[in-house]
Design a binder for this molecule. Sequence first.
Ligand code: PLP
Length: 388
Amino acid sequence: MPAPTELAGRLAELEHAGLKRRRRILEGAQGAHVRVDGEDLLSFASNDYLGLANHPEPVVAAQLAAARHGVGAGASHLLSGHHALHHRLEEALATFVGLPAALLFSTGYMANLGVLTALLGRDGAVFADRLNHASLVDAALLSRAQHIRYPHLDLGTLDKRLSESDARVKLIATDAVFSMDGDIAPVRELMDLAARHDAWLYLDDAHGFGVLGREGRGILEHASPLTPHPSLIYMATLGKAAGVAGAFVAGSPDLIDWLLQKARTYVYTTAMPPMLAAATARSLELIRAEPWRRERLASLIARLKAGVAQLPWQLLPSGTPIQPLLVGSNEAALRLADGLRRQGILIPAIRPPTVPEGTARLRISLSAAHSVEDVDRLLAALHALAAT
Ligand SMILES: *Cc1c(COP(=O)(O)O)cnc(C)c1O
């Protein structure tokens, strides 16, 4: 990490390596068609999988709640900021995912940090899939528990590491849907392993909630029939398919009560604005009541897969709206992203350290807000670039 006099040089190094990141400026709402840096683009770059981020019903719910209850919670949940809108949303979320209780957090990142630090200390161990999201890596580090990473989806190795460990408290942590690959963790088998080793099972369903299952209840619906064990901890974020912001953790009543006492990212922070809880409650009703959004996604995924078959680049095996097109080198991924951009299409090139060296990719992210014509336009552009 840089000393003050080294900073400019270190930034120049990043630039030189093709790793310097910059932000594009979005004007107007998130969606399939966006205005970015003054250009109108077809975007496959958001996590707004169901097209709810700019849906009029959550928008109106937020407006009404703001008019009635103001824009800020004004305090943490444990002081005076826990609003009836938060409370009702927690109950609705717990019911929706089929677990006894739930607790709202302001972001998914904070939920991950809060839960792992509330359950683990120096005498604990986290068993983590190597491709887990960065926030889970940071949560494990912050907890000071031993951090044992197993090869992606390798349950044999996981079982072995659990058996070898003499940690007093064990926790298996995994993305339910892997954020840069789009594949899905084998939750029933993980549940069995956790029960057998008296370990917690922590599922980060940031990309499955709203998307997986007929009703959109996420990984637990996808993996059903599944009898949730008391060691199950479910986390989902509310800024992706739900289109708003925040996150929740669900599990047994005692677990939720413990987190309410001990999760520092819950206790020592201002509650999310109640207007966002109102918007999310409305989104949740849309998630449940409009399965056509998931059906549309499924047909767009199938269309993309069929159309990409003749290209020199391959899609990673994923049945979710995250469809990564594996390119390889950083330069080739950037070149492809630039080529698409010149044709009016926005797709981010994902490079190390977000993904392993040599696996730079375009992360194509589909949404129910896309039309068949949008996907066909992307396919035509990719075929044109493959021919040059
Ligand atoms: C996005 C994401 C998070 C963080 O959620 P935020 O609400 O954006 O902070 C955590 N885990 C995974 C797997 C994610 O993709």
